[in-house]
Design a protein around this ligand. Structure first.
Ligand code: COS
Length: 385
């Protein structure tokens, strides 16, 4: 399919593919087995400029948008989504600063991430506030020009590995989500520590930890946006980043499809390669069609979002829910095509199926995405009346 990429976009995609194949492919199984963070690969992505594809040139980036970010994530995910999510999480940590940061905050944080010298993360989820993100309990009590942060964030991607954290906390407990504010924290601040690295079903090379705040003192300069804007900042950040999860899904599905075709051509049963059986052909046909449809949706949504930043919640959720459901199905079918071999760790599709499951869960479960879409449809209809 020709998606009418510009020459620059083709180059970005090709470079991301080359790095994924040369650097991630040889080590993906080992990183998964050892649960080892892919720091070296992230550094290479920084050195080549890919870490800054969505960051403005004046902050050391390439000056692209969500679309370029999605192209890189897709290519990394074709090989390994643990690498891709560790990379993509920089965007989740930085978009609040890109959207709401002061010039000083942008100058301070964006160039280092653009060059791959620092890693970012985003802290919203808590033990009792997952889908119900408005139910967070972490507090940032104001004391003159300072804020005292107390509470726990949970399941934070890049936790412990990242240098920069955007964290949402309540500055006014009585106002619920409207009393939330966003803060920028740095690793090493007093009163800011990390939980153990979680042991996960998939994306095992990525780091997931809790963040603990015990009387962590923040200055006014750490406040991002205005007091009370925290929940809105979090939601707008998720609006921006959900297509990036969809891109992980498209890349993973593409990788699983390619592995399946290759295997089905090599594997002989009943005297023929199994790809000559219609049962296998039909599975591959559905896998390929669904993957292409998911890619077309992501590209269309990402392009739209880069030119029309308003009212994007519905399409952003669509670009997360459809591709991630497709990825789960495609990865499961890939294991089925491989049969018994597919269930073994020696073959890559076993990892792909384990990895795919998280796509339907993180950055808002697919049930939540359907809520967001349903709510928007209702509102749009009411507006037209
Ligand atoms: N952009 C801007 N503001 C938004 C918004 C968006 N996309 N979505 C919601 N808001 C605002 C609402 O306008 C509302 O503001 P007011 O109180 O001023 O009217 C406020 O946020 C609360 O919105 P709502 O009442 O819809 O929230 P709910 O408590 O019903 O929660 C959310 C619904 C949005 C939290 C839920 O649908 C959701 O997305 N949950 C998943 C969160 C998630 O993705 N967690 C994973 C994080 S991984 S980093």
């Amino acid at each position: 399919m020709d998606y009418f990429l510009t020459e620059e976009q083709k180059e970005i995609k090709a470079l991301a593919r080359r790095i994924a194949e040369e650097k991630a492919l040889p080590v993906r199984a080992e990183l998964d087995e050892k649960e080892e963070f892919p720091r070296e690969i992230l550094e290479i992505l920084g050195e080549t400029g890919l870490s800054g594809v969505y960051i403005e040139e004046k902050y050391g980036g390439f000056g692209g948008g969500i679309f370029e970010l999605c192209l890189v994530i897709e290519e990394l995910s074709r090989i390994c989504i643990a690498v891709a999510v560790s990379f993509a999480c920089n965007g989740l940590g930085l978009y609040p600063i890109i959207l709401f940061g002061t010039e000083e905050q942008k100058q301070k944080y964006l160039p280092m991430v653009a060059k791959g010298k620092k890693i970012a993360a985003f802290g919203l989820t808590e033990p009792n506030a997952g889908s119900d993100a408005g139910g967070i309990q972490t507090t940032a009590k104001r004391n003159g020009n300072r804020y005292i942060l107390n509470g726990t964030k949970q399941w934070i991607t890049n936790g412990g590995e990242a240098d920069i954290y955007v964290v949402i906390a309540l500055t006014n407990k009585d106002r619920g989500p409207r009393g939330a504010s966003a803060f920028i924290l740095e690793k090493g601040m007093e009163g800011f520590t990390f939980g153990k690295k979680e042991k996960k079903m998939g994306i095992r090379a990525s780091s997931t930890t809790s963040l603990f705040f015990e009387d962590c003192e923040l200055q006014k300069e750490n406040l991002l946006g205005k007091e009370g804007q925290g929940f809105m900042i979090a939601m707008k950040n998720l609006d921006k980043s959900r297509p990036a999860i969809g891109s992980q899904a498209v890349g993973l599905a593409q990788g699983a499809l390619e592995e399946s075709i290759k295997y089905a051509r090599e594997r002989h049963q009943f005297g023929k390669p199994i790809i000559s059986f219609q049962a296998i052909q039909h599975m591959l046909a559905d896998m390929a069609t669904q993957t292409e449809a998911a890619r077309a949706l992501i590209y269309a949504v990402a392009r739209y979002m880069d030119t029309n930043p308003k009212d994007i919640s519905k399409i952003s959720s669509m670009a997360k829910v459809f591709p991630t459901d497709v990825a789960m199905k495609v990865a499961t079918d890939a294991v089925q095509i491989f049969g018994g071999y597919g269930y073994m760790r020696e073959y890559p599709v076993e990892k792909m199926m384990r990895d795919a499951k998280i796509l339907q869960i993180y950055e808002g479960t697919n049930q939540i995405q359907r809520n967001v879409i349903g709510l928007a449809l209702n509102k749009e209809y009411a507006r037209k009346q």
